[in-house]
Design a protein around this ligand. Structure first.
Ligand code: URA
Ligand code: SF4
Length: 208
């Protein structure tokens, strides 16, 4: 099967990696997306934040978390004691997957398949090996299951300080999983769900 592994260069240099991801054909998602969206932030970041995949805005702009979910996330990080400069933001999957829009309509996000998540994981591994963060914040089930496998349940382990599996990174690297900011935006009880997200992020900040 195809995978990003055939497209990830040997270099551990973020600029070279983000240039190479533009030509990735590791799964079918490159075909309909505007562009690949690689991670963004300082190479010396202490914290890596992993989302699901770029959304509509990110696909157009080429940067992670610049749309509505990103705005909520910025506020949640500010409210939980993180410094923006400590953060490297990325996604489990680098191309936007969407339902083809009806004329004039916004494109609707579609969850990536397990095969697409696994195909894309070599990019995430390369980012982990390059940035070597002390802490990884996993936003939502797709990111958490990219790292821990499909039996991982956010509802059971959110906010706990975990360690990364050693096949992905130095096992001293800590990780905290929580919900995806989009789920807070869609929630009927936004305030409570926002507060719970901030509580998980505070527990992540305390692990630094
Ligand atoms: N949602 C994500 O998971 N990642 C983004 O970059 C934007 C929205
Ligand atoms: Fe490559 Fe990932 Fe894009 Fe698939 S989603 S083409 S594996 S970068």
């Amino acid at each position: 099967t195809v995978s990003a592994a055939d497209f990830v260069p040997d270099t551990r240099e973020l600029r070279a990696l983000s240039r190479a991801v533009r030509d990735c054909r590791g799964c079918g998602l490159y075909e309909n997306a505007t562009q690949a969206v690689f991670g963004s932030g300082p190479a010396q970041a202490r914290v890596m934040v992993v989302g699901e995949q770029p959304g509509d805005r990110e696909d157009t702009e080429g940067e992670p978390f610049v749309g509505p979910a990103g705005r909520l996330l910025d506020k949640a990080f500010a409210d939980s004691g993180f410094d923006r400069e400590d953060l490297y933001l990325t996604n489990a999957v680098k191309h936007f997957k969407f339902v083809p829009p009806e004329r004039g309509k916004r494109r609707i996000h579609q969850k990536p398949s397990r095969g697409e998540v696994v195909a894309c994981r070599p990019w995430l591994t390369a980012e982990l090996e390059t940035v070597r963060p002390e802490l990884v914040v996993l936003l939502g089930a797709t990111a958490a299951q990219a790292v821990y496998g499909t039996s991982f349940r956010i509802t059971q382990q959110r906010g706990e300080v975990l360690h990364l599996p050693e096949e992905l990174a130095d096992p001293d690297t800590r990780a905290v999983a929580t919900v995806h900011p989009s789920s807070v935006l869609r929630s009927r009880d936004r305030d409570a769900d926002y507060d719970a997200l901030v509580a998980d992020l505070r527990s992540a900040a305390d692990a630094l």
